[in-house]
Design a protein around this ligand. Structure first.
Ligand SMILES: Cc1cc2nc3c(=O)[nH]c(=O)nc-3n(C[C@H](O)[C@H](O)[C@H](O)COP(=O)(O)OP(=O)(O)OC[C@H]3O[C@@H](n4cnc5c(N)ncnc54)[C@H](O)[C@@H]3O)c2cc1C
Length: 414
């Protein structure tokens, strides 16, 4: 039986383990901490291919710099931590992307992203709080709302449905919102889940399909001959036919051991869980100007968002968190005074062009990368797993999947 080794037990590694084990492969998964310990459990829970639009695609370089150094900006980049060359590479990648429009391909794959995820959810015995068509993106700024209207048309051309709502319509269906909202969008096609429960559901499926899960085991080396060999920090060695590297924001470091240079930067975000006794919100809300999601689960409301490119610093800066909360209260005043039960930070794995890297490395078809999903890892996790399944059946990437190829970065690094 073909043996697949998976490094990393986030949503990408775990869902790939399930899909491959279901297909009849022997699968071993190695996770340094516990499965889903990082961004994969600590995110906003939205499954939103329609929102896929690399940010900030429309800005020029000066605007970009102004935005990232402003203390009010939802995206911050530390020039000291990232270095000018990384910032330049992000900017250049976005400009190339803007010209090519290739990100739209990924958005168009959104229909499959949702279908594949729903297939996995159907098989789960636990309630992962999945809902569809209840996400509202709300606006206070007229300029941004005008852009959103144009954006909605584009998304509909790509086959995903969005509804434009007036202020009155929004306030009727979501009366907890403040009166200074001017309108918004309803994402008809997209969904939401509880990410912690989804990880739990995937884990149960992985066990059902006999995935050999090793937690608290770090892979410290990967070597290839006619097969692949991984070594763990406890000295154990495993040999398999293929290795899938799904180590999220830590991928650059592990892949560099194979002599390959891939840019995947950690982008810190925050989740704030608030205890609520009554149902304050009926919908998942994307508070667009501040890039924060408010997601109502059964027992909590989770706020999640913003992006700080500050390296692997898990800090919870008091001012930043305070600022997020104050901003959120201006959209949802009823949240004020409710008890905060947990605040955490987590790192998104971001490529410069915000398109994930999925596929084999050049010169070795046995080493497959599945990382760099940035703000959309949950959304595209099941799709990624099915792409890898298809790759393994032919040792060839399925047609039209060249947008994910790692070579787009390797060529620039030569
Ligand atoms: C605040 C916030 C909000 C977000 N909201 C959304 C959202 O609404 N929708 C959405 O689609 N996405 C969202 N995301 C993004 C999403 O969470 C990530 O893209 C996704 O979790 C990435 O999954 P991953 O498996 O690639 O990485 P991770 O979850 O980081 O998993 C990688 C795993 O690899 C392990 N690992 C690393 N190195 C090794 C090693 N050497 N050996 C063994 N194991 C190793 C790590 O311990 C880790 O568990 C959000 C992220 C954040 C931070």
């Amino acid at each position: 039986m073909t043996h697949i080794l998976i490094v990393g037990g986030g949503v990408i590694g775990l869902s790939t383990a399930v899909v491959l084990a279901k297909e009849g492969y022997e699968v071993s998964l190695f996770e340094r901490d516990n499965v889903g310990a990082h961004a994969s459990s600590n995110n906003a829970g939205l499954v939103v291919p329609s929102m896929y639009n690399p940010y900030p695609l429309s800005l020029d370089f000066i605007d970009l710099i102004k935005k990232i150094i402003s203390p009010k900006s939802p995206v911050r980049i530390s020039i000291r931590k990232m270095g000018c060359s990384a910032i330049k590479s992000i900017f250049n990648a976005r400009q190339r992307l803007k010209k090519s429009g290739s990100w739209r391909k990924l958005r168009r794959l959104g229909i499959f992203a949702i279908e594949y995820m729903e297939e996995l959810i159907k098989e789960m015995d636990i309630d992962v709080e999945y809902s569809k068509g209840e996400i509202l993106e709300v606006y206070k700024s007229r300029k941004l709302f005008e852009e959103a209207k144009w954006y909605a048309k584009e998304v509909e051309i790509d086959g995903l449905e969005i509804e434009l709502l007036t202020k009155d319509e929004i306030l009727t269906i979501e009366p907890s919102l403040s009166k200074n909202i001017i309108g918004g969008l309803r994402y008809v096609y997209d969904g939401s889940i509880n990410p912690r429960k989804y990880i739990q559901g995937l884990r149960i499926l992985a066990e059902k399909y006999n995935v050999d899960i090793h937690e608290n085991q770090e892979v410290i080396s990967i070597k290839t001959d006619e097969a692949v060999n991984v070594k763990l920090n406890n000295g154990e060695k495993y040999r398999g036919d293929y290795v899938v590297i799904a180590t999220g924001p830590w991928t650059s470091s592990i892949i560099s051991k194979l002599g390959i240079n891939l840019p995947i930067y950690p982008a810190r975000g925050y989740v704030i869980d608030i205890k609520v006794d009554t149902h304050i919100l009926k919908h998942q809300l994307m508070l667009e100007e501040i890039k924060v999601v408010a997601n109502p689960y059964k027992e909590i409301i989770r706020l999640a968002g913003v992006m700080d490119f500050v390296g692997f610093n898990p800090k919870l800066p008091k001012k930043r968190i305070h600022g997020i909360l104050q901003d959120v209260y201006t959209y949802i005043p009823k949240l004020l005074g409710h008890r905060i039960i947990e605040i955490k930070s987590a790192f998104r794995p971001c490529t410069p062009d915000e398109i994930p890297i999925i596929g084999p490395i050049p010169k070795n078809k046995k080493v497959i990368i599945a990382a760099g999903h940035c703000r959309f890892g949950l959304t595209f996790s099941a799709l990624t797993s099915y792409i890898i399944k298809d790759y393994l059946s032919e040792e060839e990437m399925p047609s039209d999947m060249d947008i994910f190829s790692p070579t787009r970065f390797l060529e620039q690094h030569r």
